[in-house]
Design a binder for this molecule. Structure first.
Ligand SMILES: Nc1nc2c(ncn2[C@@H]2O[C@H](COP(=O)(O)OP(=O)(O)OP(=O)(O)O)[C@@H](O)[C@H]2O)c(=O)[nH]1
Ligand SMILES: [Mg+2]
Ligand SMILES: [Zn+2]
Length: 308
């Protein structure tokens, strides 16, 4: 019997729960129990993110329509030419993967930290490829600026010390939803493959379906671990989506600024050129690294270029 109910108004009892494990345009791969389904949204909506817990209506044995998104605890954005798009929902911690080689840029690390802080997500740094010993001392030195800010830095080598790497990660991942982010070639997928043994196969299957056939990760992919933990692999990003952040959110996203906020002469100080600015004073004494203040100024400039 055909249902009389209008489309789009299905009863909650007919809906099933799932988690979005990959997104491609408006097509979503949804994990529901042991099953994976291809889901679409209604109309032109594309506001679903990897990591979203959703309710869907089944339209065929392996297909469905997303009917609702459960409330998110956190949301991270990626940027796409001055537009922010959804990167991942409900993550509890962000691991920034850097390597001895190829080199990483401080700009991307700092932007990732700002993204994590503003989303209320814990941030750790992972230094991979410690087996490339020539570049190790210099890389360690560069990372000190972040450990001084209070971000944990973990050293691993996914290929040269896989067992140690796995042993370090497992307790850090327990009970958490973790996203690995970082520039291309840092070793994010290599780390994921140590933790999720079938990850490689799963990605190759999707890559084949999307006809990319490349080694580099081209889409964000969530893997469920046991006991509610999950880990997300992401493509080497160009930039994080930070355009949606207001100036007030930006200043608070810089951990090193926080002790100085509220101590400027002007209550609405921009910390750029104002007299008697407590933040600028801290830059002068070296308490705040100049590189961090430069990024703040750049982000204020970028967010002022975008209309929302
Ligand atoms: N020497 C060394 N090489 C490594 C290590 N971990 C990964 N690699 C190599 O680094 C290269 C890039 O690794 P991936 O895991 O594909 O890097 P990724 O961060 O996922 O890169 P994208 O998917 O492009 O963002 C591969 O050739 C790996 O074999 C390591 O600990 N030491
Ligand atoms: Mg990868
Ligand atoms: Zn100020």
């Amino acid at each position: 019997m055909a249902s009389r109910r209008p489309q789009g108004a299905r009863q909650a009892s007919e809906l099933e729960a799932g988690i979005v494990i990959a997104a491609h345009g408006r097509h979503y791969l949804v994990q529901a129990g042991d099953q994976k389904l291809q889901c679409v949204t209604r109309g032109k909506k594309s506001d679903v993110s990897v990591g979203d817990r959703i309710r869907f209506a089944r339209t065929s044995p392996n297909q469905g329509v997303v009917e609702s998104i459960d409330e998110r605890s956190t949301l991270l954005y990626r940027s796409d030419q001055y537009k922010s798009k959804l990167l991942a929902a409900n993550v509890t911690q962000l691991f920034i993967v850097v390597a001895t080689e190829p080199g990483f840029t401080d700009d991307l690390v700092s932007r990732s930290l700002v993204a994590a802080e503003s989303a209320g997500v814990a941030a750790h740094l992972i230094l991979n490829k410690t087996d490339i010993v020539d570049a190790l001392p210099r890389t360690r030195e560069r990372l000190q600026v972040y450990s001084r800010l209070g971000y944990p830095v973990h050293e691993v080598s996914a290929t040269a010390a896989p067992e140690d790497t796995r042993a370090l990660f497992m307790p850090l991942l327990a009970g958490q939803s973790t996203i690995l982010i970082g520039q291309s070639g840092m070793g994010k997928s290599s780390i994921i493959n140590l933790i999720i043994p079938d990850a490689d196969i799963a990605v190759r299957e999707i890559s084949a379906a999307l006809d990319t056939g490349k080694h580099t990760t081209t889409f964000t992919r969530l893997y469920q671990m046991d006991e509610g933990a999950s880990i997300i692999d992401s493509p080497g990003f160009q930039e994080f989506g930070l355009y949606q952040l207001s100036e007030g959110m930006l200043e608070r996203a810089f951990r090193d600024f926080r002790p100085h906020l509220g101590h400027c002469r002007f209550y609405n100080c921009h910390h750029l050129t104002e007299p008697d600015c407590a933040v600028l004073a801290a830059v002068k004494t070296g308490e705040i690294a100049p590189m961090r203040h430069q990024l703040y100024a750049q982000l204020v400039h970028e967010s002022s270029q975008t209309l929302y």
